[in-house]
Design a protein around this ligand. Structure first.
Ligand code: AKG
Length: 267
């Protein structure tokens, strides 16, 4: 039975990178506290609650997100409480190891609050790197994803399903049911997976909502999946710590992405 490795935050980083390299996924328990989880959830609540009902209730079997899944992006703008998670030292170290050799500086790729409500079906298994099919596999890591468990994740409530080891599979290899594992983790844990690892939200057959914060990173020269330039106002850019400012793309990557700051000045 394949397994998702599980480590504590004080584990040496070399052990974390090795586990992630081997399994393509990794859970770190006790990564963020209840008070911070509450502030992230509170900041995102109005954005999740104001989504049109017809977006949430309809379940188009072809849609990437199943019905009864609420998704709100633009976390940098909407949830300042999440800034320390985006720049978390473990994420930074894992990005440096898994993405650093392929670029000058990793960048923020996607941010979102993902709430899976009772009755949601499972999401189709996919790879974050499916949007970049231009290289033969195995390809170098382009993306590192994280899912911060604001609530508990269980096999019943939509906990993320992963296929450990699938980051090393040839494209045509099909997943067998016994190769799929739910990332069961207490609230306050964080799940990491590589851009080549098959995964998707599980079905929610429980009575509770599953709430997670997805934060993904990519090599700094790739087109960001979420357009951070249009997701963050100049007022917020002006308040970002330098590390986060660089992550969202306000620092050029080598010769790429230059701009004249007088055109849209950060407040
Ligand atoms: O909600 C989850 O557990 C997974 C979400 C996901 O795979 C995605 O948004 O790409």
């Amino acid at each position: 039975m394949p397994q998702i490795p599980r480590l504590e935050p004080n584990t040496p980083i070399e052990q974390m990178t090795q586990a992630l390299d081997e399994a393509g996924c990794l859970v770190i328990t006790n990564a963020f506290e209840s008070e911070l989880r509450g502030r992230v959830a509170q900041a995102m609540r109005p954005h999740l609650d104001s989504l049109p009902a017809e977006w949430i209730d309809a379940d188009d079997p072809e849609a990437f997100y199943p019905g009864k899944t609420r998704r709100a992006i633009a976390i940098v703008e909407r949830a300042e409480a999440a800034w320390p998670l985006i720049c978390h030292p473990i994420s930074t170290a894992l990005c440096q190891h898994h993405l650093g050799p392929q670029c000058e500086q990793p960048q923020l790729h996607v941010t979102g609050a993902l709430e899976v409500a009772p009755g949601a079906r499972a999401q189709c298994l996919h790879r974050e790197e499916d949007l970049f099919p231009f290289f033969p596999v195995p390809r170098p890591n382009l993306i590192l994803a994280s899912m911060w468990a604001v609530t508990e994740f269980t096999a019943d409530n939509g906990g993320t399903l992963l296929v450990p080891g699938s980051h090393r599979w040839p494209t045509e290899r099909k997943t067998k049911p016994e190769e799929i594992v739910a990332a069961e983790m207490p609230a306050g844990s964080v799940l990491y997976w590589l851009g080549g690892t098959l995964h998707g939200a599980g079905a929610n057959v429980s009575r509770n909502r599953r709430f997670g914060l997805i934060l993904t990173y990519s090599v700094g020269w790739l087109r960001q999946e979420e357009n951070q330039s249009l997701s963050i106002t100049p007022q917020t850019v002006g308040r970002l710590p330098n590390e986060l400012k660089a992550l969202v793309g306000r620092e050029p990557h080598g010769g790429l992405g230059f701009f004249d700051p007088r055109v849209i000045p950060a407040d």
